[in-house]
Design a binder for this molecule. Structure first.
Ligand SMILES: [Zn+2]
Ligand SMILES: [Zn+2]
Length: 260
């Protein structure tokens, strides 16, 4: 995969458009975000590392992992990632930053009690427990907002050098913060876990994802995080019933570069 991006450009790659329930072609949640000077994972569900290999991104390239919450379909590959980074091939690599809501240090400490092989060796691990707000990371402005799903759920938005932007809902139920997060964004990657007629509390449907995208004025809506109930359903049509912008149905390994 070509990695050179100009200042302000972003590349978004879907590593997992599925959920906790296995579907043959969809791994659980994982996304790759690349800018000119940063390579990030947003969520790191089981299978994320394998998908990274499929798109030819070495683990040595990862600068940071942003976790939306602690459900296993969003973070189970964190342990395998930290284990792999102990390999001699990554000795002296650049620091790895992990960002999530409160509870991250406890999560990693607990992981290390059963898997001591997740503790960093020969590189620095920086743990960031985030309060809602903005921060800078490399050439990105990062916005984290609390999302209605668990008490420790964050949605993320990345703005590259005041140019292209992408927002990730993570698992989400209806909330004003989602609209704020996706305001005018180029790509809104949004949970659409169950079809409109089979809504489950704590999750959005395509129609609800569309309604939030419409209110936010998002330029493109990527529906993702599909439970098996969505297979065979025209989820794009459901989103179009509430949203006038471009609708994309995420597939694993879908990759789009946002040029200036
Ligand atoms: Zn969840
Ligand atoms: Zn989930």
């Amino acid at each position: 995969m070509a990695t050179e991006l100009a200042t302000g450009e972003l590349r978004i790659t879907v590593l997992g458009s599925g959920t906790a329930i296995p579907v043959a072609d969809r791994f659980p949640a994982g996304y790759l975000v690349q800018s000119r000077s940063a390579t990030l994972l947003v969520d790191c569900g089981p299978g994320t590392l394998r998908r990274l290999a499929q798109v030819d991104v070495d683990l040595g390239a990862i600068d940071a992992v942003f976790l939306t919450h602690y459900h296993t379909d969003h973070c189970a590959d964190v342990g395998p990632l930290l284990f792999a980074l102990r390999s001699p091939r990554y000795r002296g690599r650049k620091p790895l930053h992990v960002f999530a809501a409160t509870g991250l240090q406890r999560f990693l400490d607990t992981l290390a009690t059963v898997w001591p092989w997740t503790l960093p060796r020969d590189y620095e691990l920086h743990v960031h427990e985030l309060a809602p707000g903005e921060l800078s990371f490399a050439d990105l402005k990062v916005t984290a907002l609390p999302i209605r799903h668990t008490a420790q759920s964050l949605g993320y938005r990345f703005d590259a050098a005041s140019s292209k932007s992408v927002a990730f809902s993570g698992d989400a139920d209806e909330c004003a913060e989602l609209v704020e997060l996706a305001r005018g964004v180029d790509v809104f990657v949004c949970d659409a876990a169950f079809p409109d007629a089979a809504r489950v509390e704590g999750h959005l449907t395509p129609g609800l994802a569309g309604a939030h995208a419409e209110r936010a004025g998002a330029k493109s809506l990527w529906l993702t995080h599909f439970y098996p109930e969505c297979e065979g359903v025209d989820v794009a049509a459901q989103a179009r019933s509430t949203y006038r912008g471009e609708v994309v149905v995420a597939q694993d390994l879908l990759s789009v570069t946002l040029h200036k």
